[in-house]
Ligand binder design. Sequence first.
Ligand SMILES: Nc1ncnc2c1ncn2[C@@H]1O[C@H](COP(=O)(O)OP(=O)(O)OP(=O)(O)O)[C@@H](O)[C@H]1O
Length: 250
Amino acid sequence: MVQAIDVHKFFDELHVLKGINLTIERGEVAVLLGPSGSGKSTLIRCINELEQISAGRMYVDGDLMGLREENGRLYRLSDKAIAKQRSRIGMVFQRFNLFPHMTALENVMEAPRQVLGMTKAEAEADAREQLERVGLSDRADHYPSQLSGGQQQRVAIARALAMKPELMLFDEPTSALDPELVGEVLQVMKDLAASGMTMIVVTHEVGFAREVADKVVFMDDGVIVEAGVPADVIGNPQEDRTREFFAKVL
Ligand SMILES: Nc1ncnc2c1ncn2[C@@H]1O[C@H](COP(=O)(O)OP(=O)(O)OP(=O)(O)O)[C@@H](O)[C@H]1O
């Protein structure tokens, strides 16, 4: 589903991703862990083209992201073609950014109506299904200000699912939540993982990684130090940097 080949990212002089090679299979759940500033968010933002990579190749479901290769040369795709590539990838951010003047239902309906061209009736029926999936059927008519942070994040997940993504990316989805609301969002993510969705999750929730991840990817200073099943990477790290990190957080 995702293949990064020698991906580099610079912000001006700052070399943030330093040759990332990563493969995520369809249906796999990958959790990216690592110290603050190691490049985890930047990597997932590069997967869905929120950031343009500086060198290397990023493929999603076999598509070269953002670029077209012709006669050995690379050309940037049009904004429209990039938007189409991005529409297959759902993204959930730390801050949910729901439209405050729209109900939960309307928030979930908006993109399918605008981008997928669904009729109002189709979009509404589907949005109700997505809200049910995240356990919020009874909050469909509530505005974001009437919902807890955990509920707002679950609406944001429903909103992403309404676009029928093949891949879901989560960038610290529980970091902005009060501790007592973290569990309900992680539960929705666990259910989604169990349904077979391909997911890449940046989080500091090591317990979630242990329980749900097929693959844990430990990053430090712009490189992948170690990747593998949780029992290896978290339970029996081979590299000093990985060992030191988990000794601190566990
Ligand atoms: N748009 C940007 N412009 C300039 N520098 C950036 C930009 N985005 C990220 N960076 C820098 O890139 C580095 C990696 O940041 P990134 O957010 O990817 O790390 P992270 O591992 O996700 O950290 P955290 O856990 O704190 O979110 C940091 O030094 C950050 O300041």
